[in-house]
Write a protein that binds this ligand. Structure first.
Ligand code: HEC
Ligand code: HEC
Ligand code: HEC
Ligand code: HEC
Length: 287
């Protein structure tokens, strides 16, 4: 019943066909936030676009962007429901969806080493491409600041999107445990649990396992793990790794055993190398 009413309301909204189709309430302004890079979300306002002219003098229509619409504008509630780009253009690094024999580009691709391929960002190409095509666009509308309000600072375009420097140190940590993926806000998926011998193979090129002292430094405690706070309560750890409480392999070994440090409380213990623990990787960067 409620469903039917909602459909009726939508149909009603579209009913006066003489009037131009409108962007539904709540969708006028959209945070485009599909790529977990360091620039953050881009604000898209339909209102900046609807009344604007294309280079040939005609108005920009819905279909100029919602390119799979049959007509210039949506004419049914069903069409209006199917306008989200990500219905077809899947997330970062996922395999493209094939629709009607044609592959829809993912929102961005990853390079083999796990960094974002900056040449592959669908929304950037698509937004900036049209802006460049406008009269005087290259100068006025295609400048990075038009869309990336904070501007493109140094450090934004280089390095991994999913690594962050620990302030006051030369250490750059991957945000997520091996096996997980950084979405820009959190780590998705399950952390891999592997043997000590396998662990370094789960780090990207140039990254390594931490020493126990490096994990303890993150937790703000003395070497050996005395006086550690949980990661979630440590000023250095929380912003980087959140509330992680997992147990991680370190590079320290003794015979058949290697040290594992627990981020819940900093406890360090020697574990058989053939056992299973999670993997965190880090890199030293130039200060
Ligand atoms: C007309 C709008 C527009 C302009 C102009 C624009 N971009 Fe983008 N850009 C976007 C959008 C939209 C995204 C995708 C954001 C998302 O989905 O998270 C994006 C994403 C990116 C990303 C990847 C996201 C990240 O955080 O690393 C980079 C890098 C980037 N743009 C660089 C640039 C540079 C450099 C310029 C100037 C030469 C520029 N952009 C100009 C719209 C624009
Ligand atoms: C200049 C490009 C552009 C134009 C013109 C445009 N849109 Fe959009 N629209 C977008 C983008 C970009 C999004 C966000 C897509 C995303 O993040 O998945 C969006 C999102 C939407 C959504 C939300 C989809 C959802 O379910 O989240 C609706 C509905 C919509 N537009 C309707 C319209 C209608 C109706 C028109 C014509 C009156 C129109 N748009 C014109 C670019 C445009
Ligand atoms: C119903 C599925 C579907 C929806 C919804 C959709 N797309 Fe697409 N898109 C495709 C397919 C399929 C292709 C490939 C078309 C081709 O190869 O001819 C494509 C191609 C593109 C391209 C060209 C990509 C390239 O390879 O250079 C851009 C840009 C694009 N879409 C942007 C958008 C945006 C922005 C939206 C939302 C406003 C959107 N698409 C909504 C299916 C979709
Ligand atoms: C079909 C072409 C087209 C596409 C696609 C497009 N834009 Fe635009 N955009 C325009 C035009 C034309 C203007 C209006 C310029 C003017 O008249 O001030 C504009 C204006 C803007 C403005 C306001 C600029 C200002 O200084 O007033 C922003 C911000 C913007 N667009 C962001 C985006 C983002 C983000 C996307 C992608 C999600 C996008 N645009 C996609 C054509 C387009």
């Amino acid at each position: 019943m409620l469903r039917a009413l909602r459909w009726l309301a939508l149909l009603w909204a579209l009913a006066p066909q003489a009037r131009a189709a409108e962007v539904p309430r709540g969708r006028e302004v959209i945070e485009v936030d599909h790529v977990p890079g360091k620039l953050g979300a881009v604000i898209f306002r339909h209102a900046d676009h609807g009344r604007r002219k294309r280079p040939d003098g005609t108005l920009i229509r819905c279909r100029d962007c919602h390119h799979t619409l049959a007509g210039d504008e949506p004419t049914s509630a069903a069409q209006l429901q199917a306008m989200r780009c990500t219905l077809c253009h899947v997330g970062l690094g996922e395999a493209p969806r094939v629709i009607g024999g044609k592959a829809a580009r993912p929102v961005a691709a990853l390079k083999p080493d796990g960094a974002i391929d900056h040449r592959s960002i669908l929304f950037h190409d698509y937004c900036r491409g049209c802006h460049q095509a406008q009269r005087g666009g290259e100068r006025l509308l295609a400048a990075c600041k038009v869309c990336h309000e904070k501007g493109i600072g140094s450090g934004v375009l280089h390095g991994r999107y999913d690594a962050e420097r620990q302030p006051g140190t030369a250490l750059s940590w991957l945000r997520c445990a091996a096996g997980q993926r950084w979405t820009g806000k959190r780590c998705d998926g399950a952390a891999a649990a592997v043997s000590w011998a396998e662990a370094p193979g789960h780090c990207p090129e140039g990254y390594r396992l931490p020493a126990p002292a490096e994990l303890h430094g993150l937790l703000g405690c003395a070497e050996g793990g005395r006086g550690c706070r949980p990661c979630a309560q440590s000023p250095a750890c929380a912003p980087l790794l959140g509330a992680d409480a997992g147990s991680y392999w370190t590079s320290a070994e003794q015979g058949e055993k290697a040290q594992v440090v627990r981020l819940a409380d900093g406890a360090a213990s020697l574990q058989p190398k053939g056992g299973a623990a999670a993997v965190r990787c880090l890199q030293e960067v130039r200060p």
